[in-house]
Design a protein around this ligand. Structure first.
Ligand SMILES: *[C@@H]1O[C@H](CO)[C@@H](O)[C@H](O)[C@H]1NC(C)=O
Length: 388
């Protein structure tokens, strides 16, 4: 009697009941478990498939031993309150190489105050007889061997100033202010003040790229004409005496090489509104050389970067020295990151799929039998209660 009872209890632990009756009975509970486990199986299978189809990217880190490459800096920045005529772009590096007022691969596009591009042709018409064609025509009539006055700013090696630009240059070398170009014949002839005035309420978009040596350096966007004086880089702001600049800027794109899949350019889309005039923005950039090897074997040499920024108001009253503008200081990391793209293993995918199908099937079987047996036990209890 007692041993039979014990055996009966032990039988309750059978996870696989195999009576004929059980085999044939189809229950609602079983149907629900089947549907739920089927959906679960599909979802898990799809996620496994998605994982299999994605590429595996393995990063490696080592010391950068590549040499002599150039660094290509892609730039697209908008200055909504800074006229193109005022803005100069310079690049310098620690090797001493300088690119002053670069414009060979960088283009300035004039924008109106709403940020729409200004059509140059329309603008020339508006300028009337002060148009470029006119200036060219005037130049043609002039004697190419002429020697015009520098208005007192002549030096030993430069006695003639034949253009407004040259007068400006001569003034600057003397350290004189160039506030009033009106009395200067060369400038009147070229419509210099008109040119500056007409651009006063404009913005500027700078687009293109810079090619620099792969050493630390900096490049900047600042108002004024830049030049080299006693090995110091100086910006001449005298032409804009007293004028304050709003250095609001929007960085559409800044990168140090080609894009690879998954690259993050931390400055893209950055919109900086200058709360005060005469702001100086400094971006300290750490460039990390990066190699990306695709599954096809194609290798991409590029760079990623991290950046920290700093801004301050430049005014002589507060004693802060500096120049209004946007400055980028970049440094190169000695470590190189190499990403290798790899196809995921098909065997792993197969194993995963088997595990999903088998695992869900087993667990669903357990759940189903548990549901079925507990339902039956309850039913029996109820029947017993009714009988007594
Ligand atoms: C600079 O210009 C922007 C518009 O582009 C404006 O929102 C901002 O207030 C200006 N800053 C100053 C100090 O005038």
């Amino acid at each position: 009697m007692e041993t039979k009872d014990l055996l009966g209890r032990l039988r309750q632990f059978d996870a696989y009941p195999k009576t004929l009756e059980d085999f044939r009975v189809k229950t609602y509970g079983g149907a629900v478990v089947t549907i739920v486990s089927g959906i679960l199986m599909l979802i898990l299978f799809l996620s496994e498939l998605n994982y299999y189809l994605s590429k595996e990217v393995q990063p490696e880190l080592f010391v950068d031993t590549s040499r002599g490459q150039k660094l290509k800096i892609n730039i697209d920045i908008i200055f909504p309150r800074m006229p193109c005529g005022y803005l100069s772009i310079d690049a310098m590096d620690v090797s001493g190489e300088q690119q002053i007022d670069v414009d060979h691969n960088l283009f300035k596009k004039r924008l109106d105050l709403d940020g729409n591009p200004i059509d140059d042709r329309l603008h020339k018409e508006g300028l009337g007889d002060k148009s470029k064609q006119f200036v060219e025509a005037v130049k043609k009539d002039l004697d190419p061997d002429r020697c015009e006055s520098c208005y007192g700013a002549e030096t030993v090696d430069k006695k003639c100033c034949n253009t407004c630009e040259e007068v400006r240059e001569a003034y600057r070398k003397k350290g004189w202010a160039f506030n009033n170009p009106d009395g200067i014949e060369q400038c009147d002839r070229e419509g210099w003040s008109d040119k500056m005035m007409s651009q006063k309420n404009e913005g500027c978009q700078v687009m293109g790229y810079l090619q620099v040596n792969k050493v630390a350096g900096n490049f900047h966007f600042a108002p004024g004409k830049s030049f080299q004086q006693h090995h110091v880089h100086v910006h001449d702001l005298q032409a804009f005496a007293g004028q304050k600049f709003n250095i609001t800027h929007k960085i559409n794109h800044l990168s140090f090489g080609k894009d690879y899949p998954g690259i993050v350019n931390p400055l893209d889309g950055l919109n900086v509104k200058a709360t005060e005039v005469q702001m100086m923005y400094q971006y300290f950039v750490k460039v990390v050389p990066t190699t990306y090897v695709k599954t096809t074997g194609q290798t991409l040499y590029t760079n990623q970067f991290s950046v920290t920024k700093h801004s301050k108001v430049v005014s002589h009253s507060s004693g802060e020295s500096g120049l209004p503008g946007v400055f980028f200081m970049y440094e190169l990391s000695p470590m190189m990151v190499k990403y290798t793209e790899k196809q995921r293993s098909f065997m792993h995918f197969l194993t995963g799929v088997c595990a999903i199908v088998g695992g869900i099937f087993t667990v669903a079987g357990l759940v189903d039998s548990m549901v079925y047996h507990s339902a039956r036990a309850i039913q029996q209890k109820i029947d017993l209660g009714k009988a007594s």
